[in-house]
Design a protein around this ligand. Sequence first.
Ligand code: GLY
Ligand code: MN
Ligand code: MN
Length: 449
Amino acid sequence: MATNNIVDERKLAALYSEHVNTVVTRHDLALERIGTGHAVIFSGAPLPVFLDDYDYPFKANPHFVSWLPLIRNPFCYIVHTPGHRPRLIYFQELDYWHVMPSDPDGFWTGYFDIDIVHSLDEVARHLPEDRDNCILIGEINDDAHAFGIDRINPSNMVNMLHYERGTKTQYELECMRAASRRAIRGHDAAERAFRSDQSEFDIHLAYCRAVNHVEHELPYGNIIALNENGAVLHYQHQAVEKPNEHRSFLIDAGARFNGYASDITRTYAREDGEFSSLIQRFETLQLELVSEVREGVEFADMHLSCHLKIAKLLDDTGIARGDSDDLIETGVTSAFYPHGLGHLLGIQVHDVGGHFGDDTGTIVDPPSGHPFLRLTRRLESDQVLTIEPGLYVIDMLIDNLRGTPGFDMIDQNMLDWLRPYGGIRIEDNVRVLTDGCENFTRDAIAVGV
Ligand code: GLY
Ligand code: MN
Ligand code: MN
């Protein structure tokens, strides 16, 4: 994996010690809460394809990845016992059909007692003997992988870990800066491919090549949407054929570094004109929202603030006419902007714990009428989240307004003008600070890696 210039490896290694200490402390406290002696964290098993003899791409358990940057290794186990060094049971299957895992290597190895094993029977010998005093965290589809541990994913422990994963260690922040830098290389290449009128598929290939990811290493399927396809929020195709005309391009694509994700969206117009002016206005709106990020802010309030801004933009541009409160209450803003303002980001793209009010897992629901808001927490320093307002022509949602006051507020001629461009989304990844935020995405663009 070529990651030159993306990260300072020595700095990363130096930060890892504090990261492991934090992960250890979190597990110590969680085990104390449930009165249990050992945590066993399973990296996962590959998922076989139905009626066939190969597997889906392996996705490691994010709890396992939170300990160390091993993302390709099934059947590994971390054993944590408070007061002892964490142990890694490292599975190195003797398998001539596939590439065998190499010996453990890297800055993280000095922090674990490592047992290399070649069979599941050997795993059993390295697990704590008092299985009744263990909990296991991981996806267990086969009892053989639980080794007699009955308590799997106890919610009172897992909720605590999920809540705490909302705030990142310095090591994780450095990984996430690197993930943004890596993705920006891809975004640069993709924009160039768009401006040379390539197909969605070729733009996608240009992106993957620039970030050095094969497709299944991407944190999520690239959204590479030309023209009206930009209105499909999670557009999942990459058309091989070029469209007759390149008008607009919405790209939502990320990258990974040591298991940590970026999640970045940009929208481009092919020519200068009214759509490029709308993108510019939208960028101003997005940056205003970014400037609201700081410790203590309720993210749900920011989402509602975004609706007010979108209402004003709709009225200013004549796409829909009306007082901002009316445009919101009649459902017009939700028809143009039907998703949440953002979400926690980390090992998972939609990282866990976004609706937790505390570490016991108390759920804080999104405000009524905004079911898709994935983050309802009060912002705290060192949380990493996305800020991703959007504006689209989604006829299914506009049609739902027919026969209601909202429908008459929309200018159908303006809708006809905007529809061929699909939509606009601009998404940055930001770290919350006490008095503002660090913008990983725009910092990466400024560095120009
Ligand atoms: N790429 C998915 C999202 O932005 O949430
Ligand atoms: Mn995205
Ligand atoms: Mn996102």
